[in-house]
Design a protein around this ligand. Structure first.
Ligand SMILES: Cc1cc2nc3c(=O)[nH]c(=O)nc-3n(C[C@H](O)[C@H](O)[C@H](O)COP(=O)(O)O)c2cc1C
Length: 211
């Protein structure tokens, strides 16, 4: 089903939140490419990506100023496209992935050198921030784009529930995992996820940890 009025909320995308997707592109020689890339929703029909230099995805987007964002929960697609190349028979002619639960087509509005640095990647000015307009959404199945927040909340709660039963080394490991989880949730998660992490932090502080 192709949607007439473009509104990313139809696949659960909320302004200001980040989702993990598979972006598909092709180059001028018609070679298709797929890679997992985060998508920040900036409005009903506007998204922002931050893509590191050196990737095929960035090269293809700069060259064609077009790409497709695929929503899938298939781990094979995530690891194959991260570690190597996704074979051509995984794609439809129109660039979308055959396994996509939904996908949307984008056209670049602007390309800007990244200045902000908020993740653990060391080199600062090696990414480009891409703002794009969504031109078409296709829904193959009722779905929601994947946000990393909730998984971290469940993981942190699971560790918290075992906290008093584990060794000091394991406690230190859980604290360090919590710090990383909290960093990611504050960056990409929903308000409810951030609230949950705040409550977990309070519990850990009550146990004497300086967080
Ligand atoms: C879940 C996930 C999200 C990712 N998000 C981004 C991103 O937002 N920007 C980026 O430059 N790389 C991101 N990556 C890394 C790229 O997918 C990876 O560098 C990939 O190999 C690039 O492939 P390509 O050269 O075919 O474009 C992400 C990887 C994963 C697993």
């Amino acid at each position: 089903m192709s949607i007439m009025e473009i509104d990313l909320s139809i696949i659960g995308m909320e302004r200001g939140r980040q989702y993990e997707t598979i972006i598909t592109t092709k180059n001028a020689q018609n070679v298709y490419n797929a890679a997992p890339i985060g998508v920040i929703c900036s409005g009903p029909d506007v998204i922002v990506n931050r893509i590191f230099k050196g990737s095929h995805t960035l090269e293809n987007i700069v060259e064609t100023r077009k790409f497709t964002v695929n929503i899938t929960y298939d781990p094979e697609i995530f690891y194959t496209s991260t570690l190597g190349n996704l074979p051509r028979n995984y794609f439809n002619e129109d660039l979308s992935l055959k396994c996509a639960e939904a996908y949307f087509k984008c056209e670049v509005i602007s390309l800007t050198e990244a200045v902000k640095q908020s993740d653990p990647v060391k080199k600062k000015d090696e990414a480009i921030v891409i703002k794009s307009k969504v031109t078409d959404i296709v829904i193959n199945k009722d779905t929601r784009a994947y946000n990393r927040g909730f998984g971290y909340v469940v993981e942190s709660l699971s560790n918290l529930s075992r906290f008093d039963m584990v060794s000091d080394d394991k406690k230190a490991e859980y604290i360090s995992k919590f710090r990383e989880a909290n960093r990611v949730v504050k960056k990409v998660g929903y308000r409810e996820d951030i609230k949950a992490m705040g409550l977990i932090k309070k519990e850990l502080r009550n146990k004497g940890y300086d967080l």
